[in-house]
Design a protein around this ligand. Structure first.
Ligand SMILES: Nc1ncnc2c1ncn2[C@@H]1O[C@H](COP(=O)(O)OP(=O)(O)OP(=O)(O)O)[C@@H](O)[C@H]1O
Ligand SMILES: [Mg+2]
Length: 262
């Protein structure tokens, strides 16, 4: 039985970008409906240009929908809020300040006393394995380390949900695997709610407890899957990806999102 509480509700969401800035009118999202429960790890899969980033931006409060609604704990979201942290594909770190100061940025602007925030900043620095790089500047870091910093900077504000837009897409395969392990461990150990966009079917299967597939633009949700592969990997079963169950779900997902043969 599912005793989990609903955290966010996306209802009948539509988005059409208008042509007022000189471009053409684009219908990006059509009738998107989704319930997100506390503690979910949702992975969203869909073809390029189907509206995934648009959906995330609306959920973050960065973009307004044309119609429909996004509720958080039953209330309409209004603009950006620290309850919803966003991690983009290219980390948007402040280049002139250190890793530690980047992570402390949110608590600093909220004027959290340093006595309170310092311990948390240290905790998240350690959690993402960057304690030896606390004083480095972002340009001195590798891509994976920058993304770790962005993750710590998101987590330190105790968001209710972390929205990630293809956060590992620009990383090499080894770094991507280690980032996937990191985010899985964080999810299993601290139970944040996670909404992660990816176009990588294996990433979705290896991370999410719910996998949501979107259609070609205008994006709508076509089907949703529940998966336990991430739990099994966490429990040490790395070979779960070779099971028939995994292979079957992979095939179905590939066909649904249009990467496989129809
Ligand atoms: N600010 C904007 N103004 C006008 N059109 C936009 C804007 N942002 C996105 N679009 C259009 O909306 C559609 C959906 O774009 P979006 O970035 O949400 O897709 P996506 O699924 O994230 O794609 P990708 O997988 O390539 O990142 C595309 O056709 C895109 O050209
Ligand atoms: Mg995108």
């Amino acid at each position: 039985m599912n005793e989990k509480k609903i955290l966010m509700t996306v209802r009948d969401l539509c988005l059409t970008y208008d042509a007022s800035l000189g471009g053409s009118e684009t219908e990006a999202l059509s009738d998107v409906n989704l319930d997100i429960y506390e503690g979910d790890f949702i992975c969203v899969l869909g073809p390029s240009g189907c509206g995934k980033t648009s959906l995330l931006n609306i959920m973050a409060g960065l973009v307004s929908a044309s119609s429909g609604s996004v509720l958080m704990r039953g209330k309409h979201i209004r603009g950006v809020d620290r309850e919803r942290a966003v991690v983009f594909q290219t980390p948007t770190l402040y280049p002139w300040i250190s890793v530690k100061k980047n992570i402390a940025f949110g608590p600093d602007i909220r004027q959290v006393p340093e006595s309170e925030s310092a311990e948390k900043v240290e905790h998240y620095l350690k959690l993402v394995g960057l304690e030896d790089f606390a004083d480095s500047k972002p340009y001195e870091l590798s891509g994976g380390m920058r993304q770790r910093t962005a993750l710590a900077r998101a987590l330190v504000n105790d968001p209710s949900i972390i929205l990630l837009d293809e956060p590992f897409g620009a990383l090499d395969a080894f770094t991507r695997n280690s980032m996937q392990d990191l985010i899985r461990n964080i999810w299993k150990e601290t139970s944040p709610t996670i909404f992660l966009i990816t176009h990588d079917v294996d990433e979705a299967l290896m991370l999410g407890n719910r996998i949501v597939t979107m259609s070609q633009r205008p994006g709508r949700i076509i089907q949703e899957f529940e998966a336990t592969f991430t739990d099994r990997v966490f429990d040490g079963d790395e070979d779960v990806r070779y099971t028939q169950e995994y292979i079957n779900m992979r095939k179905e997902l590939l066909t649904l999102v249009g990467y496989g043969k129809a």
